[in-house]
Design a protein around this ligand. Structure first.
Ligand SMILES: [Zn+2]
Length: 81
């Protein structure tokens, strides 16, 4: 059994004990995905667009939660009177 393996993300040869890939920054916590701190390094445009889409969805969700909180506070304050 080999004690070396390749990064599933970029193919860089890793030691068996490697906790993360020194080349692309993937690790077990990020699921060996492309969402790493090294986002700037040569990723295809498609994945960058997808990341942008994800952050837009997150922003929408935050706005939605703020609106719901505001409306529930309004509802509670109206019930007091
Ligand atoms: Zn890698």
């Amino acid at each position: 059994m080999s004690n070396r393996y390749s990064c599933p993300n970029c193919g860089f040869e890793l030691k068996a004990q490697a906790l993360f890939c020194p080349k692309c920054g993937s690790d077990e916590n990020t699921g060996w995905s492309e969402d790493t701190i090294y986002d700037d390094i040569g990723l295809p445009d498609a994945s960058q667009n997808e990341a942008k889409k994800k952050s837009v969805i997150k922003q929408d969700l935050i706005y939605l939660i703020m609106i719901i909180l505001f409306l529930s506070m309004l509802y509670v304050s109206l019930r007091i009177f």
